[in-house]
Each structure stands twice: as structure tokens, then as C-alpha cells.
Ligand binder design. Structure first.
Ligand SMILES: *Cc1c(COP(=O)(O)O)cnc(C)c1O
Length: 468
């Protein structure tokens, strides 16, 4: 019964055309619509609250439901005035290739489950190693995002450090294991802490290092490093966009044999811009690097990469085996990731890189920086306080104090010309703007500045005339 129905749906290829059509309509409106869905639209999502249906529903009905209620309740992240978190858009070739790859429905685990994915993973690994100027022997694992990439890099570090002590952590676990030290800056991203927890170290053991006004590790405050240490550095602070001084710190650490991991979720891409690559100088001296495709590079979502110079450690930390595993002559991607079965996310990464080319990536990354500067300069002129040095793509601002800043942000969000979120910086509220989309133009910044000015006027009026 069900099989017959499903085959019938497959024969009637209209449903795929429908999906395409809805997708194309979505793209048509995404630049002009309000960035965030309104309350009413969100309330209507209750149509999805139903008990698990007993019988069959047609794809047509399903797509219509999604398009009617789902599409309007999305955040216009593809569009050009979404400055929330550090969330990227996507470039056309990435989206289109992903659509095709979805038809393929490959399991990216092994070469034997998908020769094409094995090939593309090899190619992209090589491109990234060169793009980031990493050691020739560095390898890449294609994971869901930087959270998983950091987890994988730290797992490799844990394996290697304990292996040097004659302790096989895969077999013996962490109870009674030799002590591994974890050194990180006070501004490390929360997902680094998550990885540390998941790996069984626990966050209590962290040796915290003080950071400066931009969130950079103060190198002089680093503790003595040794071969039992994992040192975690950051390329791109989520608030300020700042970078640790890799060259200085890595050189200082060189003789200690400590494992250095760089969390470069969005910032590592500075390496791809000739004019910004000074920010990551010396990063090649680290042992492992985590980076996202779905932020600065603008691939579709779930796209992250772990890069590691110690292939054996990464594979040993993540590899599994079983009687049914058939090793390929070429790359088996699952050796480099925590997951076994995966979708073929490398396709859109490959397509994005190929579409842009080296100069395209450079230009895109540098443009984000220039737009962030335009935004910051404009805001400063209008009397807002800029809290960070605009070294990359992040702008952190405050209006008078925490309270006024919150009010301002609320107004900006209500005006809904753009969307950005809040953060805390040095104990007070701040507004955080991230330029992370290839679609953003100087006109978008101008429109956004006008909206900020309008919001400020509204906040000021409320301040002068207390309600009631
Ligand atoms: C976004 C981000 C992460 C987490 O990355 P996901 O791709 O969301 O898992 C980690 N570190 C930094 C600095 C980030 O900006």
C-alpha cells in the first residue's frame, strides 16, 4: 500500500518542481521582506502541533504546509541585512549543488559508499591545506560545524598526549589516566567548553588565561606549557572579532611540545584575504584548527571542518572498525569524523570554493571587513560607542549604558529593517553586529544606519517624556 503510493509520488515529479518553485519564490522575496518574522506568523506555527498522523499525507500537501507556514516563519538569513550571531548566507553554486547532492543521497562514510564524495573530500582537503597555508601533511575531516570540529581536534590532542605517556585512552579511558592540562583564554567560545566537558576532562581543570580589552590572550600571562598541555587559541572572538597572537604564542610554545588547537570558526578565513592574512600570522604552527564553512565562507548550513597536522592522532581518536567495514583504496571520510554515516556536505563546500576561486574568497572576506568598518564609522558619527577595534567583520556597540542599549536594540528589532542581537562586554550590555553575508552591500549598511538613527530617536523621545 504505502510502497505503491510512494512510487506514484516519485512518478509524479511535480513535487520536486513544486519544491523548486517555492524555493525560487523564497529567494525572490528574501531581500525585500522583513528580516524577522512577526508575532502573528510565529503564532501560526501551531498548525504543526498535531499528534502523529495515522495514515499517509501527500508530498504536495506537506510542501504546501511548509511553504505556507514555514517559509514566512524563517529568519531572512539568506538576505543582506541579517547581522545576527555570526551567521552566513549561501552562494548560489553552493545551494544548487546541495540540491543535486540531496538527490544523490550519498552516505559519505566510505569510498565504497560513495566514490564521488571520497574524491571531493580529497580535493577540498588539499585546497584548504593550501588556502590556509598549513603543513603539507595536514588532513581534514568534514563535520557539522565548528563545535564538532573542536571536539575532534581536542580528541586527537587527548589521544596523542596520553599515547606519549604510554596510555591508550581508547582502551583505558580517563579514570586514573595521567593528567592532561588545558590552557585557554577567558574569552574562549562556549563550544570549546562543551568539547572539554564531552571529552571527560571537565571544565574545572581549565587553566584560564587573562585576556586584553579585545578578548585576546595576554601572552605574558600564559602559564609554563609542557607536553601534557592542550593550549586553545582563537581566531575571531565572537564579540570583537579579535585574534590571538599566534606567531608569538606558538613560537613561545614551540619547545614545550604542547598541543595547540585554534578555534577559527569564522576568523580562520582571514587567511584567505591577502590584506587580512596578517591577523592569522603564525597559525600554521598549531597542531589542529577548527573552522566553519557555513559562516564566513557562506556555504549552506551544517558545514564545518577539522584540520589536523597529526593524521594518526586524529584517526586513532575517531576511527572505528567492524567486520563489515570495507576500506577503500582511496579516502574513507569517516576515519576523520566522529560520525560514520554522514550526508555529503563536502559537495557544497567544494562547489562554493570552486565557484568563488581564490580571488573570489579573498574579495568576499575583505568586503565583509570593509562593510564592518563602514557600519562602525557610521554608528560612531551618530553618537554610538564602538567597543571594539574593527579588525575583521564584527562590530560591538553600546548606547550610553546597558539599559539604553537594550532599549535601542529592541527598537532596532521592532523596526525590522535589519536584525542583530545582543551580547555582554565587560559586564555591560552591548549590541553585536556581524557582517557575514556575501549579499550585503554598502546600501544595506546605509539603510541599517538610518534604522539605527531612527531607533535612537525613539529611545531618546521615551527618555524625555516618561509614559503616563
Ligand atoms: C560559531 C562559533 C563556534 C561554534 O561553531 P558551530 O559551527 O556553531 O558549531 C565556535 N567558536 C567560535 C569562535 C564561533 O564563532
Amino acid at each position: 500500500m504505502i510502497q505503491k503510493k510512494l512510487f506514484k509520488e516519485l512518478e509524479n515529479k511535480n513535487i520536486f518542481d513544486n519544491a523548486n518553485e517555492y524555493g525560487k519564490q523564497y529567494l525572490k522575496n528574501v531581500f525585500s521582506r522583513k528580516v524577522f518574522p512577526d508575532e502573528k506568523t510565529i503564532e501560526k506555527l501551531t498548525v504543526f502541533d498535531e499528534i502523529f498522523p495515522e495514515g499517509f499525507t501527500s508530498s504536495k500537501e506537506i510542501l504546501d504546509l511548509l511553504n505556507c507556514y514555514g517559509s514566512p516563519a524563517t529568519v531572512a538569513q539568506f538576505g543582506s541585512r541579517y547581522f545576527g550571531f555570526v551567521n552566513g548566507s549561501m552562494i548560489p553554486a553552493g545551494l544548487a549543488s546541495r540540491l543535486l547532492a540531496d538527490f544523490w543521497d550519498q552516505n559519505a562514510a566510505m569510498q565504497i559508499t560513495s566514490p564521488i564524495i571520497s574524491k571531493l573530500e580529497e580535493v577540498v582537503q588539499s585546497w584548504l591545506v593550501h588556502l590556509f597555508n598549513l603543513p603539507e601533511n595536514a588532513v581534514a575531516g568534514f563535520v557539522s560545524g565548528t563545535s564538532m570540529a573542536t571536539f575532534s581536534g581536542l580528541a586527537a590532542a587527548r589521544f596523542r598526549i596520553l599515547e606519549r605517556k604510554g596510555w591508550n585512552v581508547n582502551k583505558k579511558g580517563l579514570f586514573r589516566a595521567p593528567q592532561v592540562r588545558l590552557v585557554l583564554g577567558k574569552q574562549a567560545h562556549s563550544t570549546v567548553l562543551k568539547a572539554i566537558s564531552l571529552l571527560g576532562f571537565g571544565t574545572d581543570c581549565i587553566e584560564w588565561v587573562n585576556t586584553d580589552t579585545q578578548g585576546r590572550i595576554i601572552p605574558e600571562e600564559l602559564p609554563e606549557l609542557d607536553e601534557n598541555t592542550i593550549l586553545i587559541l582563537q581566531a575571531g572572538n565572537v564579540n570583537t572579532g579579535s585574534f590571538d597572537n599566534f606567531e608569538y604564542i606558538c613560537q613561545k610554545a614551540e619547545n614545550s611540545n604542547a598541543w595547540i588547537h585554534i578555534d577559527g570558526a569564522f576568523g580562520l578565513w582571514a587567511a584567505a584575504s591577502e590584506k587580512l592574512s596578517y591577523l592569522v600570522k603564525g597559525m600554521e604552527l598549531a597542531d589542529s584548527w577548527s573552522v566553519d564553512g557555513h559562516k564566513t565562507l557562506n556555504t549552506p548550513y551544517d558545514n564545518g571542518i577539522i584540520l589536523c597536522r597529526d593524521e594518526e592522532a586524529l584517526i586513532s581518536a575517531l576511527h572505528m572498525s567492524g567486520s563489515y567495514i570495507i576500506s577503500g583504496k582511496k579516502r574513507d571520510g569517516m576515519k576523520y569524523t566522529p560520525e560514520m554515516s554522514r550526508r555529503s556536505r563536502v559537495v557544497e563546500l567544494w562547489a562554493t570554493l570552486k565557484s568563488l576561486g581564490r580571488t573570489g574568497v579573498d574579495e568576499m572576506v575583505f568586503t565583509m571587513h570593509m562593510l564592518a568598518k563602514q557600519f562602525a564609522e557610521g554608528l560612531q558619527k551618530e553618537g554610538f560607542t564602538i567597543l571594539n577595534e574593527i579588525c575583521f567583520n564584527q562590530v560591538l556597540i553600546r548606547y550610553k549604558d546597558s539599559k539604553q542599549t537594550e532599549k535601542l536594540l529592541k527598537k532596532v528589532q521592532e523596526l525590522n529593517v535589519l536584525w542583530c542581537g545582543s551580547s555582554e562586554w565587560e559586564g555591560e550590555k552591548a549590541i553585536r553586529i556581524s557582517i557575514c553575508s556575501w549579499t550585503t552591500t554598502p546600501d544595506d549598511i546605509k539603510m541599517s544606519l538610518e534604522s539605527f538613527v531612527k531607533a535612537k530617536r525613539l529611545v531618546d523621545i521615551e527618555l524625555q517624556i516618561p509614559p503616563g
